[in-house]
Design a protein around this ligand. Structure first.
Ligand code: MOS
Length: 714
C-alpha cells in the first residue's frame, strides 16, 4: 500500500514498495510461474569431467522414456551464432554457446538437455543419457605460482578496467618508506544465490520468441538472445516484471533462457527451464577467488608514500572474465607512488562473473585490512590514519571528486559507534568467555549513469504512465521510479503508473553496478519534464488519444563533465570471540554512507543493511569449497554453503549523511545497492584482530583458521 502524498513531496519519502502486497500475497508472478499451455520442461545434462571431449552420447534409453520429447546434444541442436559482438555489450559470452561442440572445459558444463512432458520425466530421463568422454588433465586450482598467469585484455569496462596502473616510482618509494607492510590476503570463491533461481519460459508465437525470464536487463537479454539465435532483435521479447534477486548473476543472459528457446524451437511448444539450487554452483556466474598482494609504505606519521595492490584471479578456458579487484586502491587514499595489477589464471572452471560490488568487495577486504595493520605499525588510530591520507583529487586519474565525504562518514560513524577512547591493544577486553573487539574500514563504490530511454504518457483521465525497460530485482526500482515521476510531474503518486520489466518498453540499461536509480531516473525525469512542458502549452488538456513524449539520455550522459564520481562510506563492527571454541559473533555493525540524495529512505536502508549482512557473510561464512580432484564445488547447496541467518545478525544500522552533489544527475542519486558490502568484511576482520590479536588474512574467517593461528602463536 502506498502512502498518499501531496504533489512534489514524493521524492525522498519512505514509501512502501508499490508491489509489496502483491509479493507477500503471492500475486506477483515470477518468470517460472507464468501459465503456458501445453508446456514442456527442459533439464540440462552436465559433464562428469572437467576437461576433455565427448566421444559418444547414447540417448536411446532417455528417448524411450514415456513423456520424453527430445534429447538435445551438440550433434542435433540448432546452430547458434558465435563471437557476435553487440554495441554497449561487447562480445557475447562463450558460455552462451551451449550444445555446439564436443569439447568439455569444466565439470558440470552442459553437454546435453532433455525435454519432456513433465519435470519428473525430464529429471528421470536426464539420468539415462550416457555420455562417454576422452578425458584430459584438468587444472582447477588457483595458485600464485601458476606459470600461465596473464594480463587480461583491457576491454572490459564495467565499472573500471581491471588492467594495470602505475604512478610515480613505487619500488623506490616502498624501499625508502619509514614504515612498511607487505602482506598477502585471499578471498574464497563464492556463489550467487538469489532467492529466485534462474528461470525462463520460452514460447514461439508467430515467429516471435517470447521469454518470461528472470533478468536484471530485459533490453540486453533480448539483444543477446536474438543475436545468438540469429534473429533480428524485434523478434524476441523478454518479459520480467518481478525478479527475486540477481546480484550480478542475471546481467548477462544465462543459459536457461537459451536452453528454453532451443527446446521450444525443437519441440514446437512452450518450454520451461529453472535451475536447481545445486546447479547454481556450476551454471551460474560466481565471484572468483582472489590472491591479493598489498604493499604499503608510509612515513612514521602514517602518510602513505607507496601503495601497491597486485591481484591474481581465475577465469575459464572458454572465456576471459576479469574482475576489477584492485581498482579501489587507485582512488581511496593519497600517495605519490602507486601500482595496481590484475593477473588471470585460465582454469578448467566455469567462467566467473559479477557478484555484488564486483572487485571492490574482495579488493576492499585486502586494502582495508592492510590499512588496519599499517595503523597498528604506526601507532595511529585507524580512523585517524584514513583521515590523514585523504586525497585532494582522485589520486590516479587526477580528476576532481564530484563529492567526497569519506571523512564526514568516518567522523559521524565513529561518533555514533562510540569509537573514541578505544584502546588499540588487542586481546584484552573480555565479557565472560567472550573476547571483545571493534574494527573500522572505509568503503567506496563508483557512481555511474548508463544511457537509457523512457516514455512519459498523459491520459485524459488524469493519469500518467512512465515506460522504461528497467528491472526491479527486489531493490524497489518500480517504487522509486514512480516517486521520481510523480515528483517531476508535480502530481500525486496515485496518478502515476510505472511500466517496467519488458523489452517491448523503451530500452534501458541493466540493473548493473548500482546504476539503476541514477540511470533510469535521468530518462524518467527528462521525459516527465518534457511532458509537463507540453501539457503546459496546451493548458493541461489531453486529447482522447493521450499525449506521449520519449527521451534518450545517451547524448546527455556522453557529454558529462569528466569527474571522479563515487559514493563513500565508513563501516564499523564489533565482534565477540569465544576464548576457547573461537566461535565468532557480530553483535553490532554500523555504517555511515555518503551516497548522494536518497530517493526513498526505507528502500535505501534495506539495500544497505542487506549488503552489510552480505559483508558479514563474506567475512565469516561464505566459501565454495573446491574439489581439487574433480574440479567441482563440494558444498553446492544451502545446507553446506553457509550464509548468516537472523540469529547471526545482531544490531545492524545503516545511516547516511545529507549529501548534495550537482554533478551526478537530475535526481542527485548516486546508487547504493553495492557499497554496503564494500569494507564490511574488513571491518569485521579488523575487529577479530582487536578481539584476539590474531590477524586472519584469508576469508572466510573460519573457526579453524583462528584456532590454528592461536596454536601457532602460543
Ligand atoms: Mo551488480 S554485481 O552490477 O548486479
Amino acid at each position: 500500500m502506498t502512502t498518499p502524498t501531496t504533489s512534489g513531496t514524493s521524492i525522498g519519502a519512505p514509501l512502501d514498495r508499490i508491489e509489496g502486497r502483491d509479493k507477500v500475497t503471492g500475486r506477483a508472478r515470477y518468470a517460472y510461474e507464468y501459465p503456458a499451455e501445453h508446456v514442456a520442461y527442459a533439464i540440462p545434462v552436465q559433464s562428469t569431467i572437467a576437461s576433455g571431449t565427448i566421444t559418444r552420447i547414447d540417448c536411446h534409453a532417455a528417448i524411450a522414456m514415456p513423456g520424453v520429447l527430445a534429447v538435445l546434444t551438440y550433434e542435433n541442436a540448432p546452430r547458434l551464432s558465435e563471437n557476435v559482438s553487440l554495441p554497449g555489450i561487447g562480445t557475447i559470452t562463450a558460455e552462451m554457446s551451449i550444445l555446439q561442440a564436443p569439447a568439455v572445459s569444466y565439470r558440470r558444463q552442459i553437454v546435453a538437455a532433455v525435454v519432456a512432458e513433465t519435470l519428473e520425466a525430464a529429471t528421470e530421463a536426464q539420468r539415462l543419457v550416457r555420455v562417454e568422454y576422452q578425458q584430459d588433465e584438468a587444472r582447477v586450482e588457483l595458485r600464485p605460482s601458476d606459470p600461465g598467469l596473464y594480463r587480461p585484455t583491457p576491454t572490459h569496462a564495467y565499472p573500471y578496467i581491471p588492467d594495470d596502473s602505475e604512478l610515480g616510482d613505487f619500488d623506490s618509494a616502498f624501499a625508502a618508506a619509514e614504515v612498511s607492510l607487505d602482506e598477502t590476503y585471499t578471498t574464497a570463491a563464492t556463489h550467487n544465490n538469489p532467492m529466485e533461481p534462474h528461470a525462463s519460459i520460452a514460447q514461439w508465437q508467430d515467429g516471435q520468441l517470447v521469454l518470461h525470464h528472470s533478468t536484471q536487463n530485459p533490453s540486453w537479454t533480448r539483444n543477446v538472445i536474438a543475436a545468438v539465435l540469429g534473429l533480428p532483435a524485434e523478434r524476441v521479447r523478454v518479459i520480467s516484471p518481478h525478479v527475486g534477486g540477481g546480484f550480478g548473476s542475471k546481467i548477462i543472459p544465462q543459459t536457461e533462457a537459451l536452453l528454453a528457446a532451443l527446446a521450444a524451437q525443437v519441440c514446437d511448444r512452450p518450454v520451461k527451464v529453472a535451475y536447481t539450487r545445486q546447479q547454481m554452483w556450476s551454471l551460474i556466474s560466481y565471484r572468483t577467488p582472489t590472491i591479493q598482494h598489498i604493499c604499503l609504505g608510509a612515513s612514521k606519521e602514517g602518510r602513505l608514500t607507496a601503495i601497491a595492490h597486485d591481484v591474481i584471479q581465475q577465469t575459464s578456458m572458454i572465456e576471459e572474465f576479469a574482475e576489477e579487484t584492485a581498482v579501489i586502491s587507485r582512488m581511496m587514499y593519497a600517495g605519490a607512488n602507486r601500482r595496481t595489477t590484475h593477473r588471470l589464471a585460465r582454469l578448467n572452471v566455469p567462467t566467473p562473473g559479477w557478484m555484488r560490488a564486483p572487485g571492490l568487495a574482495p579488493g576492499s577486504f585486502a586494502l582495508e585490512s592492510a590499512m588496519d595493520e599499517l595503523a597498528i605499525r604506526c601507532g595511529i588510530d585507524p580512523v585517524e590514519l584514513r583521515i590523514r591520507n585523504e586525497p585532494e583529487v582522485d589520486p590516479e586519474s587526477g580528476l576532481p571528486f564530484s563529492s567526497r565525504h569519506l571523512v564526514a562518514c568516518l567522523r559521524e560513524g565513529a561518533e555514533r559507534f562510540g569509537w573514541s577512547g578505544r584502546d588499540p591493544a588487542p586481546g584484552i577486553r573480555r565479557d565472560g568467555r567472550w573476547l571483545i573487539g571493534t574494527g573500522v574500514a572505509a568503503a567506496s563504490y563508483p557512481a555511474m549513469r548508463q544511457p537509457s530511454q523512457a516514455t512519459a504518457r498523459a491520459d485524459p483521465d488524469g493519469t500518467f504512465t512512465i515506460k522504461i525497460a528497467a528491472a526491479d530485482i527486489g531493490t524497489g526500482a518500480r517504487t522509486v521510479l514512480t516517486q521520481i515521476a510523480a515528483g517531476s510531474l508535480g502530481v500525486e503518486l496515485e496518478r502515476v503508473h510505472a511500466e517496467i520489466g519488458d523489452s517491448a518498453l523503451p530500452p534501458a540499461s541493466p540493473a548493473i553496478g548500482s546504476t539503476g536509480t541514477a540511470s533510469w531516473s535521468s530518462a524518467v525525469v527528462a521525459a516527465c519534464r518534457q511532458l509537463r512542458d507540453e501539457l503546459g502549452k496546451r493548458d493541461g488538456a489531453v486529447q482522447p488519444g493521450g499525449l506521449e513524449v520519449s527521451v534518450d539520455t545517451t547524448d546527455e550522459i556522453s557529454t558529462q563533465k569528466p569527474l571522479s564520481r563515487n559514493a563513500f562510506g565508513a563501516q564499523f563492527a564489533e565482534v565477540q570471540v569465544d576464548m576457547d571454541s573461537r566461535e565468532i559473533r557480530v553483535p553490532r555493525m554500523l555504517a555511515v554512507f555518503a551516497a548522494g540524495k536518497i530517493m526513498n529512505p526505507k528502500l535505501a536502508r534495506s539495500q544497505l543493511i542487506g549488503s552489510m549482512t552480505w559483508g558479514m557473510s563474506m567475512a565469516l561464512h561464505e566459501e565454495s569449497v573446491l574439489d581439487r580432484e574433480f574440479g567441482d564445488y563440494l558444498n553446492h547447496d544451502l545446507a553446506q554453503y553457509h550464509i548468516p541467518v537472523n540469529a547471526d545478525v545482531g544490531s545492524i544500522d545503516a545511516r547516511w549523511i545529507n549529501e548534495e552533489d550537482p554533478n551526478i544527475g537530475p535526481t542527485g542519486a548516486k546508487g547504493l545497492g553495492e557499497i554496503g558490502i564494500v569494507g564490511a568484511a574488513a571491518a569485521i576482520a579488523n575487529a577479530v584482530y582487536h578481539a584476539t590479536g590474531i590477524r586472519v588474512r584469508d576469508l572466510p574467517i573460519r573457526i579453524d583458521r583462528l584456532i590454528d593461528a592461536a596454536t601457532a602463536t602460543r
